[in-house]
Write a protein that binds this ligand. Sequence first.
Ligand code: ADP
Ligand code: MG
Length: 362
Amino acid sequence: MARPPAGGNPVDQLRRRVIRNRSRRSRSGRIPENLLFMPDSTQPDLASAASLPDYAVSISGLTKVYGGQNGRPEKQALTSVDLRVPRGAFFGLLGPNGAGKSTMINIMAGLVNKTSGTVKLWDFDIDRDERRARCAIGVVPQELNLDPFFSPRETLEVQAGLYGVPKSERRTDEILAAVDLTEKADAYARTLSGGMRRRLLIAKAMVHSPPILVLDEPTAGVDVELRQTLWRTIREMNARGTTILLTTHYLEEAEELCDEIAIINHGKVVACDKTDALLKQLDNKTVVLLLSEALTEIPEAMRRFEPRQPTPTQLEITYRPSSTAMLDILQTAQGCHLPIADIVTEEVDLEDIFLQLTRSAP
Ligand code: ADP
Ligand code: MG
């Protein structure tokens, strides 16, 4: 058996390995109460903060420039990112490939050094209070970086050791049961299906009962059934108090799971709001009818669209594409014999981003 690595960054120690997912039937295990963060018991260090923080994650002015190596140019992956994840939230960080999601997660996990800015996890600054900040999060990385020669039980034991969880406080069996891996507890990781490996990674992130669980694209390339199982597991953890930060490039996933969403594109946060508010914003278009003659009165039939008249020769209508068709507006205008000279539609950047980058099904 390979020996557990010693010293240094615990997460860094384990070898990275990309393993393709395969679909497998799986059941969802319930998460036992005592696996979840208990402010007054499981993590005395974190609980000793005078009060629970309002924000599980607080990021401000975070910038990352990857140094150009071997003649490659520098790459600015994050630019002055501000982000606050409320305690207890199910928060989605949504953005296309290359947006900077993993960079942000890896900075939180201590795997990547930031260029500037501050990051606080459970109110602990990752520079000034590194140990407690590290204890506050469990990270499920994008890549399936499991050691193929470790069994799930060994994997969790090694991880618990790296986090300094005393033997008497380890709950390896309970965690394995929670992610439905009891039957595979002693099998080599390389014999596990893709879905089992994903669940083992979640288990691994839970060994130190962190109050914040960070999942980097947990369902990328995962089949529909497994995705549902993973969603259930994560939802349940959130319902019992764990703050969840999940990155995804699927709008549907963020919409379905998250109560708050930040959209990141080219290393910048371009939107951040409650999911409902964000979706309302997206389902909004404005059309301006430019008229060849001044309109003294808005025709009765047009009133249901609640038009505005910025100038006598303009009718401006804001509508929801989900419930009103543009064609309906135009046909009604035509029916009223409005002298339409031109039609202008307003650009909606946010929607463009969504449609271009996130509407494609997994
Ligand atoms: P995401 O997770 O949203 O897909 P990443 O954070 O992985 O995005 O990448 C953001 C940008 O930084 C991309 O342009 C990527 O090519 C670049 N990048 C990521 N890691 C490195 C690295 N180690 N060195 C140089 N550039 C990198
Ligand atoms: Mg990524």
